[in-house]
Ligand binder design. Structure first.
Ligand code: ADP
Ligand code: ZN
Ligand code: ZN
Length: 737
C-alpha cells in the first residue's frame, strides 16, 4: 500500500496519513485535496511511506492531486520543517502559512489567472475593418490584441461582456490563449555558470574605497557567509547592494532582497527597476492582490524572476537559483511576525543562506545589538561604511533642548518654534517627529487627576479632536468626549501628551501663514494620498511636516533642514529593555532626513535628560560607543544577545484561569530539570486588553540549543494542560515585552 503524509492547516503538531490509489502518482511537495472530518482540505504532500499507524478502516484516500502548480522543492520543505520546529508551531500550519492564499484554496488555479490571449494566425491575417460592425466588443478586443497580447483582466477593462465575447472569438478561431507562466528553469548545478550577457546597469557611481571593499568581500565569498553592512545614513549602502546584486545576476543567480513592512515598497521597487531595467524584478508583499501574489510567486519559483523584492513573507519564496540574500534595515522589528508563526524573517533568511550555501548581507545604520554582537565576536563579517558617499553631504548637528529650562507651548519649546520660524523665512522645510509610543494625547481632569482609561483594557483612550471622540487603540472601544469628569464632575478636562493633531494646531496658531502637513496612519490610510503628499513635499509646497515613524524612513526631501524630536523620553524609562535601542535607531533614522543634499541639517531634541548617554552618543554620531555600553549593560543584566528567550503568553476572561495555566506551565518546566532559567509569572505590559486578562512567563538560557531542547519537551506538556477558554502562544526570540 502506498501512503502519503500530508501537511494540513490544522492546529495539531503532526502530518496526516492518506492512501494513494493505484495508478496515481503523488510527488513530494505537491498539493493534494484530502477529506478531513466532514470537510475537504488542501494540503501538501510531505513524505511518502509504506506503513501507517492508522487503523486500516479509518485511513482515507487522497481525493485529488493538484497539478496546477509545480511541487514545492525539498529545500523549501526543509526550511519549513526547521521553522516549525524552531518556532514551535504546527508543521501543517507552518507549511500552509508560507504559501500564497491562492495555493491554499481547493479551487484549482489552472487557467484563468495566468492565461494570456493573442490573435491566432487567422486572426492576425484578418482585416478588422471587414469584421461585422455590430460586433462592437469583439472588434474592440481584436484591435486591442492586434497591439499586444492581454490577460482577461486587461480585456475586461474594454467591456463588461469581454469574457463572453472573448470565448466566442476563441471558438471561431480568431483568438487563442496560452499559458503566460514561464516554464521552469533548471536550477544551476554547483560550479556551473549561466550564459548571461552583462546586464545594463544604470547610473553606477564610482564606488568609494569602503564601498568597493564591501562589494568585493561579498563577491569573493564562497559558500555561506553572513555579512553585516554597517553604514551611516547616506553612506551609500543601497549602492553597495546594487553592485553586489549585479555581480550575482551576471552569474545567472537570483537575489532575494528583504525590506521592512512599510509603504516604501513600491518606491524601492521602482528604484531597483530603474537600476536593472532588463531584469525581471517582482515584489512579494501583503499589499498585492491574491492573483498578483500568486503570479509573482510562480515567477520566483520558475526562476524567471531574477530579483525578488519583498517584505518578511518573501523569505518563503521558492528560489531555485538563489545566490544572494540582502536584508535592508535588518534591525527593523517588522521582520518579526507577531502572531501565528512568530518568525523573524531576518533569522530565517540567515538559516536559508546557510542551507543554500550562499552569502547574506544584513544592512543598517543602526544594527540590532544581536547582529552587532555577532559581527564583533566574528560570527558575522563586519563591513563598514563610515563616511557619507557624497563628500558635500555632512551629518546633521544634533542639539538637546532641556524642557525643564525653557518656555513650552503645549509640548513645543520656544527654541524649536524660533528655529522653525527661521526655516520658514529661508523657504526651507522642518519636520517635527513625534514618538507616539505611549504618548498619544489622553484626556485628564485637572480637578482629581482622572485619566480617560478604557473600560476594557488597562490602556488609556486617545483623544481624536476631529470627531470629538475617545478611542482605545488596543480594542477599538470608543465614546464621545465627556463634557465633565466622570469621577468628580469637574468640567475642566485637558488633553495631556502630544499627538500629531495637537501639535498641528499649536503650529497653525503660531505660524498662520505656514503650510503644515500631517503625516500619520490616519492621514495616509489611502495609498494615493501618501503619494500626493510626497509630491507636495518635493515641490516645496510644504513648510512644516508633522509625523510619526512613517516619516523617519528612507525619504529624500532635499529642502528639509530641521528635524525636531518632541517626546523621546518615555523610551528611557520603559519596561521594555529594547526601548532605548529602538529609540536610538529611530532618532538616527529621522536625523538622517535632515540635510541630505548640500544644505547642512540640524536636529533639536526636546528632553528632560539632555545629558543621557543616548543623546550624547547621538550628538557624537557614535553608534559604536553606544552599542558597547548597551551590550555591557545587557551582559550584566543577563539580557539578549547574551541569553536566548522564549515567552509563553496567555490571555482569557478570568484572571484565575490565566494565572493557573501559567503557574501549571511553570511547575511543569521546573519538573523537567533542564538547564534553563525559569522566571516568574507576571502581568503583560498591557495587563488587560479588550476585557481579557493577559500574563506571561519568560524562559531563558545562555545556549540556544539548550533552550530548544527544553522547548521540545515542554511544549507537549503545555498542549496537555487544561486551557479551556484561554488563548496561549509561545514566542521564540520575542521582541515585544
Ligand atoms: P544609505 O542607503 O546608506 O542611506 P544611499 O545608498 O541612499 O545611502 O546613498 C546616499 C546618496 O549617495 C544617494 O544619493 C546615492 O546615489 C549617493 N551615492 C552612493 N554611492 C555613491 C558614490 N560612490 N559616489 C557618489 N554618490 C554616491
Ligand atoms: Zn475629576
Ligand atoms: Zn480598550
Amino acid at each position: 500500500m502506498s501512503i502519503v503524509r500530508v501537511a494540513l492547516d490544522v492546529p495539531l503538531p503532526t502530518l496526516f496519513d492518506y492512501t494513494v490509489a493505484e495508478g496515481i502518482a503523488v510527488a513530494i511537495g505537491q498539493r493534494v485535496i484530502v477529506p478531513f472530518g466532514r470537510r475537504q482540505m488542501v494540503g501538501v504532500a510531505m513524505e511518502c511511506a509504506t506503513v501507517t499507524e492508522m487503523a486500516p478502516g479509518r485511513i482515507k484516500p487522497v481525493k485529488q492531486v493538484l497539478q496546477d502548480s509545480a511541487p514545492l522543492s525539498a529545500e523549501l520543505l526543509d526550511l519549513l520543517r526547521f521553522c516549525s520546529d524552531y518556532y514551535r508551531y504546527p508543521i501543517g500550519q507552518t507549511v500552509l502559512a508560507a504559501l500564497p492564499t491562492r495555493l491554499r484554496s481547493d479551487k484549482p488555479i489552472v487557467g484563468k489567472p495566468d492565461l494570456s490571449y493573442r490573435l491566432s494566425a487567422s486572426g492576425a491575417a484578418l482585416d478588422i475593418e471587414s469584421f461585422p460592425k455590430r460586433k462592437v466588443v469583439q472588434r474592440r478586443i481584436l484591435s486591442k490584441l492586434a497591439e499586444q497580447p492581454c490577460n482577461l483582466a486587461q480585456l475586461k477593462a474594454l467591456s463588461a461582456t469581454a469574457g463572453k465575447q472573448l470565448k466566442a472569438l476563441e471558438e471561431e478561431g480568431w483568438v487563442e490563449s496560452y499559458a503566460s507562466t514561464p516554464s521552469l528553469a533548471r536550477p544551476l548545478q554547483g560550479g556551473e555558470e549561466a550564459n548571461v550577457e552583462g546586464y545594463i546597469f544604470h547610473g553606477a557611481h564610482t564606488l568609494t574605497g569602503e564601498q568597493r571593499q564591501a562589494v568585493d568581500a561579498v563577491a569573493q565569498a564562497s559558500g555561506f557567509a553572513c555579512f553585516l553592512l554597517h553604514g551611516i545614513t547616506g553612506s551609500g549602502k543601497t549602492e553597495v547592494y546594487v553592485h553586489q546584486m549585479h555581480h550575482v545576476l551576471q552569474h545567472g543567480g537570483q537575489v532575494l532582497l528583504l525590506v521592512p513592512e512599510i509603504n516604501l515598497t513600491p518606491q524601492l521597487e521602482n528604484y531597483f527597476r530603474s537600476r536593472f531595467p532588463e531584469v525581471n524584478l517582482i515584489s512579494l508583499h501583503s499589499g498585492l492582490s491574491e492573483n498578483e501574489r500568486l503570479h509573482n510567486w510562480q515567477q520566483a519559483q520558475a526562476g524567471s524572476a531574477q530579483i525578488v523584492l519583498g517584505t518578511r513573507l518573501a523569505v518563503f519564496a521558492e528560489l531555485p537559483r538563489l545566490a544572494l540574500i540582502v536584508v535592508d534595515e535588518e534591525h527593523d522589528s517588522s521582520f518579526k511576525q507577531q502572531d501565528g508563526l512568530r518568525y523573524s524573517a531576518r533569522d530565517v533568511a540567515i538559516f536559508r543562506a546557510n542551507q543554500r550555501g550562499v552569502p547574506i548581507v544584513l544592512g543598517s545604520a543602526t544594527p540590532s545589538l544581536e547582529s552587532y554582537h555577532n559581527a564583533q565576536s566574528g560570527r558575522y563579517r563586519m563591513l563598514k561604511l563610515s563616511g557619507r558617499a557624497q563628500a558635500e553631504a555632512r551629518l546633521p548637528a544634533v542639539r538637546c533642548v532641556n524642557i525643564n529650562q525653557t518656555v513650552m507651548h503645549h509640548g513645543i519649546s520656544e527654541n524649536l518654534l524660533r528655529e522653525i520660524g527661521q526655516r520658514i523665512a529661508r523657504c526651507e522645510q522642518s519636520l517635527l517627529f513625534i514618538n507616539r509610543r505611549g504618548y498619544a494625547p489622553v484626556l485628564m481632569c485637572t480637578g482629581c487627576g482622572w485619566l480617560s482609561g478604557c473600560k476594557h483594557c488597562a490602556g488609556k483612550m486617545v483623544l481624536h479632536l476631529n470627531d470629538r471622540r475617545l478611542r482605545c487603540h488596543h480594542c477599538g472601544y470608543q465614546i464621545r468626549v465627556p463634557s465633565a469628569c466622570p469621577d468628580c464632575g469637574n468640567a475642566d478636562l485637558h488633553p495631556v501628551g502630544s499627538g500629531t493633531q495637537r501639535v498641528e494646531s499649536v503650529l497653525q496658531e503660531r505660524f498662520p501663514e505656514a503650510r503644515i502637513l500631517r503625516v500619520d496612519r490616519d492621514s495616509t490610510r489611502n495609498k494615493r494620498a501618501w503619494q500626493i503628499m510626497r509630491e507636495q513635499i518635493h515641490a516645496n509646497e510644504v513648510d512644516i511636516l508633522v509625523g510619526t515613524q512613517m516619516l523617519a524612513k528612507g525619504h529624500d526631501f532635499p529642502a528639509l533642514t530641521l528635524v525636531g524630536v518632541l517626546n523621546p523620553d518615555s523610551a528611557l524609562y520603559s519596561s521594555d529593555f529594547r526601548a532605548a535601542e529602538k529609540l536610538f535607531a529611530q532618532l538616527v533614522q529621522v536625523a538622517g532626513r535632515a540635510g541630505r543634499a548640500d544644505r547642512p541639517g540640524e536636529v533639536l531634541i526636546q528632553t528632560a535628560f539632555p545629558d543621557h548617554p543616548l543623546f550624547r552618543a547621538l550628538q557624537a554620531h557614535d553608534f559604536e560607543g553606544w552599542a558597547a555600553e548597551q551590550l555591557a549593560e545587557r551582559q550584566m543584566a543577563g539580557f539578549p544577545p547574551f541569553v536566548y528567550q522564549a515567552m509563553l503568553r496567555a490571555e482569557g476572561k478570568r484572571e484565575t484561569e490565566v494565572y493557573a495555566f501559567l503557574n501549571h506551565a511553570r511547575a511543569a518546566a521546573i519538573g523537567l530539570k533542564q538547564n534553563v532559567e525559569i522566571l516568574g509569572v507576571v502581568p503583560a505590559a498591557l495587563p488587560r486588553r479588550a476585557s481579557h486578562i493577559r500574563a506571561q512567563l519568560l524562559i531563558q538560557s545562555a545556549k540556544r540549543k539548550g533552550l530548544q531542547q527544553f522547548l521540545r519537551v515542554w511544549q507537549p506538556l503545555l498542549d496537555g494542560l487544561p486551557a479551556h477558554k484561554l488563548r496561549w502562544s509561545l514566542d521564540i526570540d520575542p521582541l515585544e515585552f
